[in-house]
Design a protein around this ligand. Structure first.
Ligand code: IPE
Ligand code: IPE
Ligand code: MG
Length: 270
């Protein structure tokens, strides 16, 4: 089943999912369905603060964040977004207390076992970026199983960034380049932007068009440093556990009002 949206018509899959959500219904009318961002990437931030505001331990913020993940994944898939990348655990997040890390890994496992059905139902292709082999064995196994179980799907690509660091990713690409030069497969003069793009964890994936960050922080936190060169950045003060489908739709409405110039002079004349 193809998910591509060829016309300006609201995707039929989306309508039953949002019909009881008045805000979302209004927003879908404002979206140009023929020019969606192909790739949306999200820095899901603010779980800890959400928990603190509720007087709960940080872990409860991560648990509540799963509701937002489920809603955003389903909305994006039904809306016909080609690729959704969620930043779930950074290479720097190992600095957190062990109990918090353990809880995050447990939640990830729970998420994968609970949501595999939804992924199959919506023909979602699950993938991961980051140094997977640095994660606990059981988590690696569950991630690999979910990737294998959904690899034949042709709907939205859902990429989860785990043990991911933008700089680490560049280090890995540099190493690959040096190895290729040493083995004679690559002439240094042939190293160009497309070679680099094809040796990042995101090889074969279009760069993000829209980068969302929740919790109001105005920073990138080592996320997709190479790929976001021309991404439109959209920040909301909403904490991740409170992020809902209407927020995703609003980000698309706002994205479509931006003028992307890529270094050129844009649409103005004279
Ligand atoms: C994002 O929420 C989740 C992860 C980084 C795993 P945080 O845990 O960073 O929440 P804050 O920033 O402390 O509020
Ligand atoms: C970024 O959030 C990482 C993820 C969302 C997984 P952080 O909460 O780790 O970022 P900083 O430390 O505030 O920059
Ligand atoms: Mg944070």
């Amino acid at each position: 089943m193809s998910r591509s949206v060829a016309s300006g018509v609201v995707p039929a899959d989306l309508l039953p999912y949002i019909e009881s959500d008045e805000e979302a219904c209004k927003l879908v009318e404002l979206i140009d369905w023929a020019s969606l961002p192909r790739h949306i990437a999200i820095i899901m931030d603010g779980n800890g603060r959400w928990a603190r505001h509720q007087g709960l331990p940080r872990v409860e913020g991560h648990r509540a964040g799963i509701t937002a993940v489920r809603e955003v994944v389903e909305t994006a898939a039904r809306a016909g977004i080609e690729t959704l990348t969620l930043y779930a655990f950074s290479a720097e997040n190992w600095k957190r207390p062990k109990e918090e890390i353990d809880a995050l890994m447990e939640l990830l496992k729970e998420y994968l076992s609970r949501e595999l059905g939804t992924m199959l139902e919506h023909s979602i292709r699950f993938e991961s970026i980051g140094r997977l082999d640095g994660l606990p064995e059981d988590v690696q196994e569950d991630v690999r199983n979910a990737i294998a179980a959904t690899s034949a799907n042709d709907g939205m690509r859902f990429i989860i960034a785990l043990n991911y660091g933008g700089r680490t990713e560049l280090v890995d690409a540099f190493r690959a380049a040096l190895e290729n030069v040493r083995s004679g497969e690559l002439d240094p003069g042939d190293l160009d932007e497309s070679w680099i793009a094809e040796h990042l964890y995101t090889a074969g994936v279009a760069d993000p068009d829209l980068l969302i960050r929740t919790s109001g922080e105005l920073r990138i936190s080592n996320f997709m440093l190479y790929q976001i060169a021309y991404a439109e950045i959209w920040v909301t003060s909403r904490l991740w556990p409170d992020f809902r489908r209407a927020d995703l739709l609003q980000s698309i409405v706002d994205f479509q009002k931006r003028e992307r110039r890529y270094g050129s002079v844009g649409g103005e004349t004279g």
